[in-house]
Design a protein around this ligand. Structure first.
Ligand code: 4AD
Ligand code: MG
Length: 437
C-alpha cells in the first residue's frame, strides 16, 4: 500500500493509501466512526463503516485513545465538504503508540495548564497554525534577504559586554575569563560582517532579562538583524517596508488554512504593502496629546520620555499600514545610534509599529560611523570603553555610513497571526517566572 500524507491525498483519489499520524479526535455512532487523523501536513476525516469492517476491527477503532499514533489504510474519496477536501474509507488500521489519558482534552483548559503542557499543546490545531506561520515568517524573511544580496553572518550568543543597556543582561561565568552575557542582539558583531560583505544579516535567539510581564515580552526571542553599508536613514526604511510586505504576502499565499483556523481577517493583511506611514517622534507626541483622554492612567509622555505599550498601541491603531516612528530623543536610545546632523538631540532611528494596536515589531537606526563620537557615547552611557575596542576598530579602519535593524520574529508572528499574546508564537516560550518545560 502506498503511503500518503494528508496534503498529497489529491494525488490518490480512488486509490487505497496508508496515512501515518495521530488520532486527533474520534466520534462514534452505531454504524460509523469518524476518525480525525492528523499527520502534520493536515487533518483527514477517516470513515470506518461497521458493514465494511470485521466486528473486531470496528470495535477496536471505537476504543482508540485521543492522540495515539497509528496508520490508517483506506480508499481516498473527494469530498468538498470534508476538511481538506478528502476523506478516507477505512479498510484497516494499526496502532503504533497508545496514548492513555491524554491530558489536553476538549474541555477548556486554563493557560497555565496549557503552558505547563506545552510539549503536548503544540499539537493542537491553533498552536499548529501559529507555529506554521512562524516558520513561514522566518523562511520569508530569509528568502527576501538572500534574494536582495544579504549574506547570513552568524554572531555569538556568549558575549563579553552589553549592547542594549545593562539592565536586561543574563550573566554567566565564562571559565577564568570572568562574567559573560547572553547576547541581547547580534548587531555589534554583524556590523563587522557588513564591512566584509556589504550586506549581511544575523539570525538567532537573543536574550533579555526583562522583568516585565506583558503580552509582548519574552526573555528569549528570535531576531533577524540586517545591516548594510552605505545605506542611510531613508533607504533603511525602504528595505524594511519591502521586506515586511514580502513576508506578509508570502504568509497570505502559503498559510491560507492556518489563517482561516485562526480566524484572521485576510483583508487586513492584504493592505500591508509598501510604502508604510512615517511620522516623527515629535508629531507622535502631539497626536498622543490630542488623545489624552483615551490614554487614561498611562498619561501623555513629555518630550524625552519613551513610549509605553499603551502609547504604541494607540498610535498603531491610527493607520491600516505599519507606522515608522522616527527621530526619537537620542538619550532614550542605544549608544550606537547616529545623531541627526541637523538636530543632534534626536537620533536617526525608528521603530516600526504594526497596525491594529500591536506596536513595535522592528527597531533600527543609522549607526555612528565616527570613532570619536562613538567613543564619547560609550562613555556617556556608563560603559567601559576597553570592552568596545574591537567595535571602535570598525570605525578606525575603513568606516562607512551604515544602517540596520532588528525584527523580532515572535512579534511579527503575533501580529500576522492576529493573536493576543506573544507566548504562543514560539515552541517553548521563556517568560518571567516560567521555565518548565
Ligand atoms: O528594539 P530592539 O531592542 O533593537 C535591537 O536589539 C537592535 N540591536 C536591532 C538592530 O538595530 N539590529 O529589538 C529589536 C526588536 C524589537 O522591535 C522587537 O520586535 C524585538 O526585537 N524584541 C522583543 N521581542 C520579544 N520579546 C522581547 N523582550 C523583545 N525585545 C525586543
Ligand atoms: Mg526597540
Amino acid at each position: 500500500m502506498p503511503f500518503s500524507t494528508v496534503e498529497k491525498l489529491s494525488e490518490h483519489v480512488g486509490g487505497e493509501v496508508t496515512l501515518r499520524g495521530w488520532l486527533y479526535n474520534l466520534r462514534s455512532s452505531k454504524k460509523i466512526q469518524f476518525m480525525l487523523v492528523r499527520d502534520g501536513t493536515g487533518t483527514c476525516q477517516c470513515l470506518a463503516f461497521r458493514n465494511a469492517l470485521s466486528e473486531e476491527v470496528f470495535e477496536a477503532i471505537g476504543r482508540l485513545n485521543q492522540e495515539c499514533s497509528l496508520t490508517v489504510t483506506g480508499v481516498v474519496k473527494e469530498d468538498a465538504r470534508a476538511p481538506g477536501g478528502h476523506e478516507l474509507n477505512v479498510s484497516g488500521f494499526e496502532l503504533i503508540g497508545d496514548s492513555l489519558d491524554y491530558p489536553i482534552t476538549k474541555k477548556e483548559h486554563g493557560v497555565d495548564f496549557l503552558l505547563s503542557h506545552r510539549h503536548l499543546w503544540v499539537r493542537s490545531k491553533l498552536q499548529h497554525a501559529i507555529l506554521r506561520i512562524r516558520a513561514e515568517v522566518i523562511a520569508g524573511c530569509q528568502e527576501w534577504l538572500n534574494d536582495e544580496g544579504f549574506i547570513r553572518y552568524d554572531t555569538p550568543l556568549l558575549t563579553p559586554c552589553s549592547a542594549e543597556g545593562t539592565s536586561t543582561l543574563f550573566e554567566t561565568q565564562y571559565f577564568d575569563e570572568g562574567p559573560a552575557f547572553l547576547a541581547q542582539t547580534g548587531q555589534l558583531y554583524v556590523e563587522s560582517g557588513m564591512m566584509s560583505f556589504g550586506r549581511v544579516y544575523c539570525f538567532g535567539p537573543t536574550f533579555r532579562a526583562e522583568k516585565s510581564k506583558t503580552r509582548r515580552h519574552l526573555t528569549e526571542f528570535w531576531m533577524i538583524e540586517p545591516e548594510a553599508a552605505f545605506v542611510g536613514h531613508e533607504e533603511n526604511l525602504e528595505i524594511q517596508e519591502q521586506m515586511v510586505s514580502a513576508v506578509v504576502a508570502r504568509v497570505l499565499a502559503k498559510c491560507g488554512k492556518e489563517l482561516e483556523a485562526l480566524d484572521r481577517d485576510r483583508a487586513v493583511l492584504e493592505k500591508i504593502k509598501a510604502p508604510f506611514v512615517r511620522m516623527t517622534y515629535d508629531r507622535a507626541l502631539a497626536i498622543l496629546a490630542e488623545h489624552a483622554a483615551e490614554l487614561g492612567d498611562a498619561g501623555v509622555p513629555v518630550w524625552g520620555d519613551d513610549f509605553g505599550a499603551p502609547h504604541e498601541a494607540l498610535l498603531s491603531r491610527l493607520n491600516e499600514k505599519p507606522l515608522f516612528i522616527t527621530h526619537y530623543p537620542a538619550a532614550i536610545k542605544a549608544f550606537y545610534m547616529q545623531p541627526d546632523p541637523e538636530r543632534p538631540e534626536v537620533a536617526l532611528c525608528y521603530d516600526m509599529l504594526a497596525p491594529e494596536g500591536y506596536g513595535e515589531v522592528i527597531g533600527g537606526s543609522e549607526r555612528i560611523h565616527d570613532a570619536e563620537l562613538l567613543e564619547s557615547r560609550i562613555r556617556e552611557h556608563g560603559l567601559n570603553v576597553e570592552d568596545y575596542q574591537w567595535y571602535l576598530d570598525l570605525r578606525r579602519y575603513g568606516s562607512v555610513p551604515h544602517s540596520g535593524f532588528g525584527i523580532g520574529i515572535e512579534r511579527l508572528t503575533t501580529w500576522i497571526s492576529g493573536i493576543r499574546h506573544i507566548r504562543e508564537t514560539i515552541p517553548f516560550p521563556r517568560l518571567l517566572g516560567k521555565i518548565y518545560p
